[in-house]
Design a binder for this molecule. Structure first.
Ligand code: PLP
Length: 410
């Protein structure tokens, strides 16, 4: 092989190269004021991120997991309540539900977008749940548990079908908490409202992660809750800071889950570039689509409905014999990832929930075939060409198999 230059799955070094001086100034300013926790840096970032998401309030927290957990608690998820979500997500979605006191119930995903299939949500609510005649509350018929909320995950930077999910949630009195941890700036066209809406502006609340590799990432840990509900915002503000309404007055028991000022400063500096970075990701996705189109018989491309403007946190294709293909790409110096190899319902950590292989056939079939290609703002045309050439070579060597989702519903 000539000209062997490795192509990373993610390049955060190039992204930050031009921001170094600005970061140093932020650091200097924090050291000189000793304003490490709270203060104007956090408040400024919160105001700007709320505006970016078209939400009324933003509360900076310690991580995306904190954001999900606090949003769920503040939305009223408590001990014994069921929260409906999808299995093909990062485990933090499940952890937040359980740690809020709830119990996850997984519904299967759409085979094109891999996002929550509203029909599967409807089926669960119609067949396994009932409404209490007096309170109007939805409960699970077998366990008697209250069904409190639904958490759609805007996977890979593409929003779930929110019109249908919100409509069902209203009908069944469920709170919607968006897992927008991969979807900073993603948009969805609401048929109901005849306008584009941003991730983080639709649900009762939404959770964002600023883990370094996310579309907007800190230089460390960070997260945020967005909401249009000022009362919920107040509860999240208390939850992140030991339940304090003011110093040493603890109205409730909370957590240590604050966003620190240095990270807020870095995030504010990076937020100015986010729209451009997301546009670059979309352009790269378009180029991948174009270059991979001739291989439609062996590589399934990401599906973006006309109602969606995805921000391509990840660019995910589907191939047969995925592990072999990934190995070949690795040997050729192309970094890839799998998001995620084991759906939550089949993870050891959730054994006690009693799911079995075959329960959620689409999510399972997807997990065996997906492959995330290099995707980051500074990805070059030349790098994309190499990725596509190596991917085409790798799939041409495996049996032309079952990259399609030939799944039989149970
Ligand atoms: C990253 C991520 C989280 C968790 O965010 P952290 O900041 O790592 O805690 C939750 N859900 C999804 C879908 C994610 O991608």
């Amino acid at each position: 092989m000539t000209n062997f230059t490795a192509i990373p799955f993610l390049d955060l070094v190039t992204l930050h190269a031009n921001l170094e001086d600005e970061f140093c100034n932020i650091l200097r300013q924090t050291v000189r004021t000793a304003g490490f926790i709270g203060g104007p840096m956090v408040e400024d970032f919160e105001a700007e991120f709320a505006k970016f998401c078209d939400a009324q309030c933003c509360i900076g927290v310690g991580s995306g997991t904190d954001a999900l957990r606090f949003a769920l608690v503040a939305a009223g998820v408590g001990p014994g309540s069921i929260v409906v979500t999808v299995p093909n997500t990062f485990i933090a979605t499940g952890e937040a539900i359980t740690q809020a006191g709830g119990m996850p119930h997984f519904v299967d995903v759409d085979e094109c977008t891999y996002n929550m299939d509203p029909e599967k949500l409807r089926e669960f609510l119609e067949t396994e749940c009932a409404r209490d005649a007096i309170s109007g509350r939805t409960f699970h018929k077998v366990s008697g548990a209250k069904v409190a909320a639904v958490v759609p995950v805007h996977l890979y930077g593409q929003m779930a079908d929110m019109d249908s999910i919100v409509e069902l949630a209203e009908q069944y009195h469920l709170e919607v908490v968006e897992d927008a941890c991969q979807a900073h700036g993603a948009q969805y066209f609401s048929q109901k409202e005849q306008r584009w809406r941003s991730a983080g502006s639709i649900g009762k609340a939404a959770a964002f992660s600023f883990y370094p590799g996310k579309n907007l990432g800190a230089c460390g840990e960070g997260g945020a809750v967005t909401t249009n509900d000022t009362e919920l915002a107040k509860r999240v503000r208390m939850l992140r800071d030991h339940g304090q309404s003011r110093k040493y007055f603890h109205d409730i028991e909370g957590y240590n889950g604050r966003l620190d000022s240095i990270q807020a400063g870095f995030l504010k500096a990076k937020l100015r570039h986010l729209t451009e970075w997301n546009a670059q990701r979309r352009a790269h996705a378009g180029r991948y689509n174009q270059m991979l189109a001739p291989h439609a018989d062996s590589i399934a491309l990401p599906y973006e409905p006309s109602s969606s403007r995805a921000v391509y946190h990840l660019y995910v294709v589907r191939v047969a014999e995925r592990d072999t293909v990934q190995q070949r790409l690795g040997a050729a110096g192309v970094g890839t990832g799998i998001h995620y190899p084991i759906p939550l319902h089949l993870q050891k950590a959730y054994r006690q929930l009693g799911y079995e292989r075959g329960d959620l056939p689409i999510a399972e079939a997807v997990a065996d075939r997906i492959l995330s290609l290099p995707m980051f703002p500074s990805l070059t045309d030349e790098q994309q060409r190499r990725v596509v050439d190596e991917l085409a070579a790798a799939v041409s060597q495996v049996a032309l198999g079952d990259f399609a989702l030939a799944v039989e519903p149970k």
